[in-house]
Design a protein around this ligand. Structure first.
Ligand SMILES: O=C(O)c1cc(=O)[nH]c(=O)n1[C@@H]1O[C@H](COP(=O)(O)O)[C@@H](O)[C@H]1O
Length: 255
């Protein structure tokens, strides 16, 4: 399954960020059961599932095993996978990260950190192109302090727009959406519009919907991501509430 097929599905991403303290006496087993149920039940109204790697790594070796199992299960439910690792390193190490997430899981996407420069991102793009995957490069993040670096004015425009423009040039001209996606927080709708204006072919991942105060945004290639608001609506695992939260978000997005 090519990741770009996600762009033909309902524009909502389920973030799976498991919190063991919400899962009773045998948290690993309960997270596994609930995540499988939630992915299966919500799949028809989703374009992808996003696993935040830190939450799985924090569960130890079994947590990492669970991540790989859930990523394989997402496939079975027909859901493209986004590995949210925010990786980035010198080229030779970037190749190892790309191998771990884009080659071993063909057709998946990985969030990547652009601070090291475009040469450090090249191995990710190479792997994504060869294996039907995609990148989501951090351009303007959802957190309150993201402006400290990302909004720095450079030649009269915020730094993040220069980055978006460079990434768009990198993808080049062509038809349809490319494999160089960008992350722009749903908490900054004006940044989403600004990035879209300079990067018309980039899939845009918009995290921060719900729990961080972001509202869902409509538009071609805008993938709205909610973790807590969809996976733990009301602050706990609750499949019925998750379906209700999904229906409300989809109402704002596709009706
Ligand atoms: O790359 C991300 O997904 C991401 C980028 C960003 O700018 N802000 C952001 O919150 N995220 C991730 O999106 C998810 C947000 O979780 P909720 O606030 O619970 O919806 C977490 O997995 C974050 O790590």
């Amino acid at each position: 399954m090519d990741f770009l097929l996600a762009l033909e599905r309902p524009p909502l991403v389920l973030g799976v960020d498991p919190r063991p303290e919400l899962h009773g006496k045998d948290p690993l087993a309960d997270i596994r059961r609930y995540a499988l149920e939630a992915m299966e039940a919500l799949a028809p109204g989703l374009c992808a599932v996003k696993f935040q790697l830190a939450f799985f790594e924090a569960l130890g070796a079994e947590g990492v095993g669970l991540l790989l199992e859930l990523a394989a299960a997402a496939r079975v439910f027909g859901l493209p996978v986004i590995f949210d690792g925010k990786r980035g390193d010198v080229g030779s190490t970037a190749r190892a990260y790309a191998e771990a997430y884009l080659v071993r899981f063909p057709g998946s996407a990985l969030t990547v950190n652009p601070y090291l420069g475009l040469d450090a991102l090249a191995p990710f793009l190479e792997a994504a192109r060869a294996h039907g995957g995609a990148l989501f490069v951090l351009v303007k993040t959802s957190n309150p302090g993201s402006g400290f670096l990302q909004d720095l004015p450079v030649e009269g425009r915020p730094l993040y727009l220069h980055l978006a423009e460079a990434l768009a040039r990198w993808e080049g001209d062509g038809e349809g959406f490319g494999r160089v996606g960008m992350v722009v927080g749903a908490t900054y709708p004006e940044a989403v519009a600004g990035v879209r204006a300079v990067a018309p072919r980039a899939p845009l991942l918009l995290p921060g919907v719900g729990a961080q105060g972001g509202k869902p945004l409509r538009g071609p290639g805008l993938l709205n991501a909610a973790s807590r608001a969809l996976f733990y609506p009301g602050g706990r695992p609750d499949l019925e509430a998750a379906l209700k939260a999904q229906a409300e978000l989809l109402k704002a997005l596709v009706e």
